[in-house]
Design a protein around this ligand. Structure first.
Ligand code: FAD
Ligand code: ZN
Length: 475
């Protein structure tokens, strides 16, 4: 076993053995072959070591594990589906932490169609949460490409965004109540279904987006929405991001609440997907500089007709160039969108950014980024795609074609500096969706208001005075 400071202080305590007494021997993994999948994240960017992996099966077991860790100053890295993109779920290389996997806790506790709520445990995958809602003819709108692997606990801990945030908000907006195990092992049970409850501070919002640094989320009451019975999807060609923004305004003015997704796709992203992706083809006969993947949904069956009328009217006004909107091609449009990030690997090194700026600034912001990047690295290829309706563009930068990958990746901080500098000029965020984790921890003090950082540190000291919850992450 790897030595642990706490074990030195309490020399007769064998952490895995004591945890096995709480959750059962089969649910404590120490064998490297069994633990490996929990110690590395899917893109291989972060790797760590741990005393053991612990897989509790109930809130009471989580509470007992955390109480034991508090008593022995053992550090805890909470983990859900291990799909996070900033290394928050990966333990450090020191090997003195336990990984607390919530995946076994995946029960449906209650569905209440009258209150429009679903109460689930933290380890349920997002795909299953959506399926449970659908079984009750409801919609749980959070929508991410990682849905079959990520857990609702992880979605809440990172305040995940995704492609439906333009209509329904981020994970934070989809929660009414939360059950959380605090750093001393107490259970904060606030599984409220109330929309209106002004009895003091809104504690649940402290834990949502805290990336496992303030408490362990064990269950949540989620908001459900009517399941749309009609959907219309279009792949729209435009002259550029300025026209895409005009098209967004036009769509909102025409369709309002029925707009569910508005995703920006530059031509270079489509080119990469066409060259390296699976089961794809260009949806439009002639290339356009930029595209929008637009989805509308609602209860009235004429939505498809109204989408076509919207597209025709936008074309007549010169806002868009062309559009494909055949319902049979819906899966093709989304397949293109979902492969953009992955196929970039086929084009060599890429340096990725998850930034947001005010929606109105997006076109100018993208022009400034492109100019600054290519001035510093001639031939660098900006693949800026994503959630235009939220001002959240994934500004990924691919290496110049044929350049040396290692030499390009060695300029990671320099490229980050260029992009984040322009983000700051627009009062934007360096992490719109994925969080801070390990990856952006050093950047946070440079971009966050010092008073806000002080308040964050004070909250951390109050809720986790020993610093045992996900140390080295966020702060
Ligand atoms: P993990 O990766 O296991 O953990 C993430 C963080 O949450 C860690 O800090 C961890 O310590 C903490 N945590 C996990 N569970 C708990 C818990 N129960 N209590 C307290 N803390 C906990 N994100 C978006 O926002 N939008 C996207 O569109 C999007 N697309 C993605 C696409 C792909 C292909 C992938 C791989 C990831 C994507 N993500 C996206 C990243 C996103 O953050 C995660 O997919 C998801 O929200 C994390 O859930 P998880 O269960 O995998 O959590
Ligand atoms: Zn995204």
């Amino acid at each position: 076993m790897v030595p642990n400071e706490a074990v030195h202080k309490l020399p007769f305590i064998d952490v895995p053995e004591r945890l096995a007494a709480i959750v059962g021997g089969a649910n404590v993994l120490v064998d490297p072959a069994d633990s490996a999948a929990y110690l590395i994240e899917p893109r291989d960017l972060f790797k760590g070591r741990a005393l053991c992996i612990v897989k509790p099966g109930s809130t009471a077991e989580v509470a007992a594990v955390v109480a034991f860790c508090a008593e022995t100053s053992t550090k805890i890295v909470p983990q859900g589906g291990n799909t996070g993109l900033v290394g928050g779920q990966t333990p450090s290389e020191r090997g003195d932490e336990i990984v607390l996997s919530l995946r076994r806790m995946d029960r449906l506790r209650e569905i209440d169609p009258s209150s429009n709520t679903l109460t689930v445990e933290a380890g349920m995958t997002l795909a299953r949460v959506r399926a449970e809602a659908e079984r009750a003819d409801r919609l749980f709108p959070l929508s991410l490409p990682a849905a079959t692997a990520c857990t609702i606990g992880g979605n809440l801990a990172t305040n995940a965004g995704g492609t439906a945030a333009i209509a329904y908000g981020t994970a934070r907006d989809l929660v009414l109540g939360l059950e959380v195990v605090l750093a001393d092992g107490r259970i904060l049970s606030d599984l409220s279904k109330l929309k209106k409850d002004n009895t003091g501070y809104d504690l649940k919002n402290l834990f949502i987006g805290s990336e496992g640094t303030l408490g362990i989320i064990t269950a949540a009451v989620l908001k459900l929405y009517p399941r749309p019975h009609a959907v219309g999807t279009a792949f729209v060609g435009l002259a550029g991001p300025r026209e895409a923004l005009r098209f967004l305004d036009f769509t909102r003015a025409t369709l309002d609440y029925e707009l569910k997704s508005f995703e920006l796709i530059p031509r270079i992203a489509l080119d990469f997907v066409l060259a390296h992706g699976k089961a794809v083809r260009d949806p439009l006969p002639a290339p356009a500089p930029c595209y929008v993947l637009l989805e509308v949904a609602g209860q009235s069956q004429d939505i498809d007709a109204r989408l076509r009328a919207l597209l025709q009217s936008a074309k007549d006004r010169g806002i868009i160039e062309d559009a494909a909107a055949d319902p049979e091609e819906r899966e093709l449009f989304w397949r293109i969108r979902s492969q953009i990030s992955d196929v970039q690997a086929q084009e060599g090194g890429s340096i990725k950014h998850d930034v947001s700026v005010p929606v109105a600034d997006v076109p100018v912001f993208l022009e400034e980024i492109e100019r600054a990047l290519t001035a510093r690295i001639p031939g660098a290829r900006l693949v800026a795609f994503g959630h235009l309706g939220d001002g959240n563009i994934h500004c990924n930068v691919s290496q110049p074609a044929g350049a040396d990958k290692a030499a390009f990746l060695a300029r990671w901080d320099e490229v980050n500096g260029i992009v984040h500098g322009i983000v700051a000029e627009h009062q934007g965020s360096i992490s719109a969706e994925h969080g801070i984790g390990r990856m952006k921890r050093a950047l946070l003090p440079r971009v966050k208001d010092p008073v806000a950082l002080d308040v964050m540190r004070a909250l951390k000291r109050t809720l986790d005075p020993q610093g045992i919850l996900n140390p080295g992450k966020v702060l």
